[in-house]
Design a protein around this ligand. Structure first.
Ligand code: SF4
Length: 384
């Protein structure tokens, strides 16, 4: 679908989509009802064409990726998310907690050469308090001054602030002073209260996620945002979730300090967790995954980057998603643990050259980035 040659509505066969296509062409904001229509349509290619039109207007063919490393400082978690296959309780032979020195040593391994971003999220473990994170961030910055530290879901931040007996504001200030630079977007799951009660009873209050994201933005700390789809939620819950993110982004943009950098739809992984045992939930399908990317591109008109997270939807489908609104393939993602424990079949990490090849073969132009979307040209491959 690279480069649409005809007027956009010529690509749309569903009559219900035509008024939306006109709004998209005119750059008008879409409504809640429009969002429901985008989920209801069987015209997946028409939906994709609309999303691709917006992607091309914003980014042309440029497609970002980052050399990144994932790491969880502990898998011990006292919170009970029914979809989680990662957590371990103390005494479980899988349980671990890494010290700052363990993490510095691990990152010193040559396999991490070229990594620009460290993405850390982990369990909620009562023994860790603010001093642990200050020590960790200071040691990481001393050892790797150029490594961008992207740490904490919004729920995790709230948990560790409370566990340290301080406000989220003070927790954040102290972490930033020690080296924290941005936050990932996980933990948002689905904001609807009834669904949240069923999938993540231990972190059921969506307002905490939204409030903490707003505190980050107000303090100049950019974050990402996500939605976990493909479990027991319905389209109306997804539209509600996306519009709540859009509203928050409007406020953050108006404030002018920091905002959501990227949105990442997270496909539910259905293995080895309580939620799937209760509801017998099938894997998400390719059509579902592509629709999620396209709807996000159309509804989230104020979030610049939409990622196709290849770890959860596979590298091949992420490649196709570049023609359905995505402009970012996330990263090399060395050693991902959370999605793989829940059944993700994707490989453990992709080389930079492989990501660039995936992007080029889909007809797009690879651009390496750091977490703040500063750009680093990717050399064209040469014949050996
Ligand atoms: S998703 Fe995070 S907070 Fe929830 S149980 Fe797993 S590790 Fe704990």
């Amino acid at each position: 679908m690279v480069g649409l040659a005809l007027p956009l509505d010529r690509y749309v066969s569903d009559e219900a989509l035509r008024p939306i296509a006109r709004k998209v062409m005119d750059g008008e904001r879409l409504s809640f009802e429009d969002g429901l229509a985008l989920y209801a349509t069987k015209d997946l290619n028409g939906l994709g064409a609309m999303a691709h039109h917006v992607r091309q207007k914003r980014h042309g063919l440029k497609t970002y990726f980052v050399q990144s490393r994932r790491l969880s400082y502990t898998n011990i978690c006292y919170t009970q998310c029914q979809f989680c296959a990662f957590q371990a309780k103390p005494g479980d032979p899988r349980a671990y907690v890494l010290s700052a020195d363990d993490i510095v040593k691990d990152l010193s391994d040559p396999k991490n050469r070229g990594v620009r971003e460290l993405h850390m999220v982990a369990g909620h473990y009562p023994k860790l308090k603010i001093e642990y994170f200050e020590d960790l961030f200071r040691k990481l910055k001393a050892a790797f001054p150029d490594l961008h530290l992207k740490v904490f879901t919004m729920v995790e931040m709230g948990y560790y602030a409370k566990n340290s007996g301080i406000s989220v504001e003070e927790f954040l200030d102290r972490c930033v002073a020690a080296g924290l630079e941005s936050c990932p977007g996980g933990g948002a799951e689905i904001f609807d209260a009834e669904i949240r009660e069923k999938i993540c009873v231990g972190k059921k209050d969506a307002d905490i996620w939204l409030q903490n994201a707003e505190i980050c933005h107000a303090k100049g700390v950019p974050t990402n945002c996500t939605m976990l789809y493909g479990h027991i939620e319905e389209p109306k819950h997804r539209v509600d979730h996306l519009l709540r993110l859009r509203d928050l982004q409007d406020r953050s943009i108006a404030r002018g300090k920091a905002k959501f950098l990227a949105y990442i739809p997270l496909a539910y992984q259905n293995e080895d967790n309580e939620l799937s045992r209760t509801y017998a939930i099938p894997e998400t399908t390719g059509a579902m995954d592509l629709r999620e990317i396209a709807v996000a591109r159309l509804l989230l008109d104020n979030i610049e980057h939409i990622k196709a997270y290849w770890v959860m939807i596979s590298p091949g489908l992420a490649q196709v998603a570049l023609s359905y609104g995505a402009n970012d393939l996330d990263g090399t993602i060395i050693e991902e643990e959370i999605a793989h424990r829940a059944g993700a079949k994707s490989p453990q990490g992709l080389a930079k050259s492989e990501l660039a090849r995936l992007i080029r073969e889909a007809g797009f132009e690879p651009m390496e980035r750091d977490n703040l979307y500063r750009e680093y040209e990717v050399e064209a491959p040469t014949l050996a």
